[in-house]
Design a protein around this ligand. Structure first.
Ligand SMILES: [Ca+2]
Length: 208
C-alpha cells in the first residue's frame, strides 16, 4: 500500500525537462515560420533572380512629342516625370522589376517609343492562353514596347508586350538603327529589328 502511494506521487510531479522541451519547440516553430515568410518575400522581390542579369540605374531627360520628360530608373523601378513641373506621369507596377530601358523610334514612324526590359512572375500576364494549363508564376524576362501617346495620362500605350524571352539576357543595348542587341550569359549576341509588327531576329553574332 505505502509503495504504490510513493509511485503515484512520483509520476504526479511535473518534470522541468518536458516544459523546457515544449517551450523550445514552440520558439523553433516561430523561428521556422519567420524564416519561411522572409524567404517568400525575398523571392517575391526577386532576390533569387539569376546573377547574369545587369541591373541598370539611370536618369535621363528626353523630348518626346514636344514634352520634356525625365526618365528615372532606380532600384528596379522606372518613373517618368515632367522635367519642369516634376509631376509624376508614370511609374512601373510594383510587380515589375525593370533591368533597363531605352527611348528610341523602334518602328521608324517619327516618334520615340519606350522599351523596357522587365522581370516579372508569369510569362503571359492576365491573358494566359487556354491551352497552357500549368501554373504561371515563374520569374521570366520580357521586353515591353510602348508608343508615346499624349492623349493618355500615363503616356505609355502598349505596342508590343513579349511573353517570356527564353534568352538569358546579360546585357542589352539599342543601336543607331533602333535594332535591339541581346548578349546572353554565354556571350552570344542576337540582333532584333522591328519589322511589320514585332521584333524579328536578323543576326546572330557568336560568342568570342
Ligand atoms: Ca515610333
Amino acid at each position: 500500500m505505502s509503495e504504490s502511494v510513493e509511485k503515484n506521487n512520483g509520476t504526479a510531479k511535473k518534470r522541468p525537462g518536458i516544459k523546457i522541451a515544449v517551450i523550445s519547440a514552440f520558439y523553433a516553430l516561430i523561428i521556422a515560420l519567420l524564416c519561411a515568410v522572409t524567404i517568400f518575400f525575398m523571392w517575391k522581390n526577386g532576390v533569387f533572380l539569376p546573377r547574369y542579369i545587369t541591373w541598370n540605374n539611370q536618369e535621363d531627360t528626353y523630348n518626346i512629342s514636344e514634352e520634356n520628360v525625365l526618365f528615372s530608373l532606380k532600384r528596379k523601378r522606372l518613373k517618368i516625370t515632367n522635367a519642369e513641373s516634376k509631376e509624376l506621369i508614370y511609374k512601373t507596377p510594383k510587380e515589375w522589376l525593370v533591368s533597363d530601358f531605352f527611348v528610341t523610334d523602334i518602328d521608324s514612324d517619327g516618334t520615340d517609343d519606350v522599351i523596357m526590359m522587365v522581370w516579372k512572375q508569369g510569362s503571359f500576364g492576365k491573358y494566359k492562353p487556354f491551352w497552357h494549363d500549368e501554373k504561371d508564376n515563374k520569374w521570366t524576362q520580357h521586353i515591353f514596347i510602348f508608343e508615346w501617346n499624349k492623349e493618355r495620362e500615363d503616356r505609355l500605350k502598349p505596342m508590343w508586350m513579349s511573353s517570356g524571352l527564353g534568352i538569358k539576357v546579360h546585357k542589352v543595348y539599342v543601336d543607331e538603327k533602333s535594332r535591339v542587341h541581346f548578349t546572353d550569359d554565354a556571350g552570344e549576341e542576337t540582333v532584333w529589328q522591328w519589322i511589320n509588327w514585332g521584333l524579328t531576329l536578323v543576326e546572330v553574332i557568336p560568342a568570342k
